[in-house]
Design a protein around this ligand. Structure first.
Ligand SMILES: [Zn+2]
Length: 93
């Protein structure tokens, strides 16, 4: 059974370009109480790009594990449709 541990939301200082706030989320995913994945999400409340950038990391999380045993993918999400392999500056949501 998957369980998700929610860390408190983190908000940035006001953005220098627009005064908006960026919210960062960190979530830990456990499968039968074993570390399974971590995902991060970040979004701004005032930027014209209406996008949530999510990074998901999966793999081995034991004490002896190394980063080489994990994989990571970053998904810019626009309207719940992931857009893969695009630079953030190229997004038009
Ligand atoms: Zn800004």
């Amino acid at each position: 059974m998957l369980n998700i541990e929610f860390e408190p939301d983190n908000q940035s200082e006001p953005c220098q370009c627009c005064g908006g706030l960026t919210t960062s989320l960190t979530r830990f995913v456990y499968n039968d109480n074993n570390a399974y994945a971590i995902y991060y999400a970040k979004f701004s409340n005032n930027h014209p790009e209406r996008v949530v950038v999510a990074t998901v990391s999966l793999g081995e999380w034991g004490e002896d594990s190394t980063p080489a045993q994990r994989m990571r993918v970053t998904l810019p999400l626009c309207g719940l449709r992931p857009i893969l392999f695009k630079r953030l500056n190229d997004l038009r949501c």
